[in-house]
Design a protein around this ligand. Structure first.
Ligand SMILES: Cc1cc2nc3c(=O)[nH]c(=O)nc-3n(C[C@H](O)[C@H](O)[C@H](O)COP(=O)(O)OP(=O)(O)OC[C@H]3O[C@@H](n4cnc5c(N)ncnc54)[C@H](O)[C@@H]3O)c2cc1C
Length: 386
C-alpha cells in the first residue's frame, strides 16, 4: 500500500503532539512500493560503484569529475524524481524523492551538491518561475548538463536571511536588473552555470526578490572555502559586480523572495533528514563490520560491552531517524494526493514545516552521534582513516 492510499484523513501539521494515530496511518519504509524500492536500489548501486570510489579524487576538488557524475545521475533519472515529465523529470511522488535522497546520503559531500542541484537550486524555478524560465532551465538541470546553485546567505546574514545586502536595480530602459553584492557559502558555487540569487530591489526589504543569474565575469565564484568536512562539495562565495539580468529572469514578482526562499527550504529540510539518515545507516554498517573484524585481547571488539552499547545507541538513533523521515513524507504525499498542482504540492509540504524542521535537526544530530561513535570504534584508524 502506498502513502496516498494508506492515509485517508487529513493529519494536521504538528498534530503528533496532541492526537493519536493508528498504526495503519503511519507510513514506514515497509510500505514502499516495488517501484520505489527499485529506484532506491538503482541509486545505491550508482553511489556505491560510481561515486564512492571517486570521493578522494573529488575531495581534491576535481569538479569536472563531479560534473560527469551528475550527468550520469541524470541519465539514470536521479536528478528529476519529483519533476514533471514535460520538463524531463519522472514526476514521481515525494516519497520516491526521499528514497533517492536517503541513498544519495551514502555519497558524502557529493550528496550535498546533488541536493543543491535537485532541490534548492531547481525548485524555485519549478514552483515560482515563468513558463519560459521553466522550459529554458529545468530540462538541462534535470539532465545534469547545467549545474545550479542557491544563493541566499551572505557574510552578514545567515539565519537572518532577510538582512541580505545584495542589491538589484532596474535599468533605465527597464529591460534589465543590475545586481551587486556578495553571497557566501554557496554549494556548487565553484562550477555552477546558473545561480538562484536573492537580492533586494532598490535595497528595500519589502522588495526582496529571486533572480536566475547566469555565470559570467560579473557573476563569478570566489575562492573555495576550507571546510571541516564534506570536501567533495564545492562551497564558495558568489561575487556580483554589475551583473546584468534580463527582467524575464525575475522569479515570480518583486517582493516574492521571502516566500520563495522559505518555502523551498521546507523541501530542503525533509530531504536533508532523509539524506543524513542514509549516511548514518552506512556508518553503522561499517562500524559493525569493523567491530566484528577487529581483534583485541584475542577477541572481536564487538564482544565487549562498551562497544555493544555504542552500536546499540547508534542503531536506536538511526532507526528513529528513518522512522520520522518516512512518517513525514508519508503524510506529505497523502495530503498532496493524485494529480495535484504545483501550488497544492507546496502547500502540503508547508503543512508539515514543523516536522520537516524536526527531521533536519534530529536526523543531522543522529548522524553526528553515529559518526562520532564510529570514529571511537575504529580507534586510531578512526582518526587516520587511510
Ligand atoms: C557547507 C555549507 C553549505 C552551505 N550552502 C549554502 C547554499 O548553498 N546556499 C546558501 O544560501 N547558504 C548556504 N549555507 C549557509 C547556511 O545556510 C548558513 O550557514 C546558515 O543559514 C546559518 O547562518 P550563519 O552561518 O550566518 O549563522 P548565524 O545566523 O550567524 O548563526 C550563528 C549561531 O547563532 C544561532 N542563532 C541565529 N539566530 C538565532 C536566534 N534568533 N535565536 C537563537 N539562536 C540564533 C544559530 O543557530 C547559530 O548557532 C551553507 C553553509 C555551509 C556551512
Amino acid at each position: 500500500m502506498d502513502a496516498t492510499s494508506q492515509q485517508k484523513d487529513f493529519i494536521k501539521g504538528g498534530a503528533f503532539l496532541i492526537e493519536d494515530r493508528t498504526a495503519s496511518e503511519v507510513f514506514t519504509p515497509e510500505d514502499l512500493t516495488e517501484e520505489q524500492r527499485m529506484i532506491g536500489e538503482t541509486t545505491r548501486e550508482f553511489v556505491d560503484t560510481e561515486v564512492r570510489p571517486n570521493i578522494a579524487e573529488m575531495e581534491r576538488h576535481n569538479w569536472q569529475l563531479v560534473r560527469e557524475l551528475i550527468v550520469k545521475a541524470g541519465e539514470l533519472g536521479l536528478l528529476g524524481a519529483n519533476i514533471p515529465e514535460e520538463y524531463g523529470g519522472l514526476e514521481l511522488d515525494q516519497t520516491t524523492g526521499v528514497v533517492v535522497a536517503e541513498n544519495m546520503g551514502r555519497a558524502g559531500g557529493f550528496g550535498v551538491g546533488y541536493g543543491a542541484q535537485t532541490s534548492i537550486g531547481l525548485l524555485p524555478i519549478l514552483y515560482f518561475g515563468s513558463e519560459e524560465l521553466k522550459q529554458k532551465w529545468i530540462p538541462p538541470i534535470v539532465s545534469g548538463e547545467k549545474i545550479t546553485a542557491y544563493c541566499l546567505s551572505e557574510a552578514g546574514s545567515g539565519s537572518d536571511a532577510l538582512g541580505a545586502k545584495a542589491n538589484a536595480k532596474l535599468s533605465d530602459d527597464e529591460t534589465h536588473y543590475v545586481l551587486n553584492g556578495e553571497k557566501m557559502w554557496i554549494t556548487n558555487g565553484g562550477f555552477a552555470d546558473v545561480f538562484i540569487v536573492f537580492a533586494k530591489v532598490d535595497g528595500e526589504k519589502k522588495q526582496f526578490s529571486a533572480f536566475v543569474v547566469e555565470r559570467s565575469d560579473n557573476c563569478r565564484p570566489g575562492a573555495e572555502e576550507h571546510k571541516m568536512g564534506i570536501k567533495s562539495s564545492s562551497t564558495t562565495p558568489l561575487i556580483l559586480s554589475d551583473a546584468r539580468v534580463p527582467v524575464g529572469n525575475l522569479i515570480g514578482n518583486v517582493g516574492d523572495g521571502a516566500k520563495i526562499a522559505f518555502n523551498i527550504l521546507n523541501v530542503g529540510r525533509f530531504k536533508l533528514g532523509a539524506s543524513v539518515t542514509g549516511g548514518a545507516k552506512l556508518a553503522l554498517h561499517e562500524a559493525i563490520r569493523y567491530a566484528n573484524e577487529r581483534q583485541q585481547f584475542g577477541k572481536s571488539i564487538s564482544s565487549f560491552g562498551a562497544i555493544k552499547h555504542k552500536l546499540a545507541e547508534m542503531a536506536i538513533k538511526t532507526w528513529v531517524s528513518e522512522s520520522i523521515t518516512y512518517r513525514t513524507v508519508g503524510m506529505i504525499d497523502a495530503l498532496i494526493g493524485d494529480g495535484a498542482s504545483a501550488e497544492k504540492k507546496l502547500q502540503s509540504i508547508e503543512e508539515y514545516a514543523v516536522e520537516s524542521s524536526i527531521n533536519k535537526v534530529a536526523c543531522s544530530e543522529a548522524l553526528d552521534f553515529v559518526v562520532d561513535e564510529m570514529v571511537q570504534i575504529y580507534g586510531g584508524y578512526g582518526y587516520s582513516p587511510s
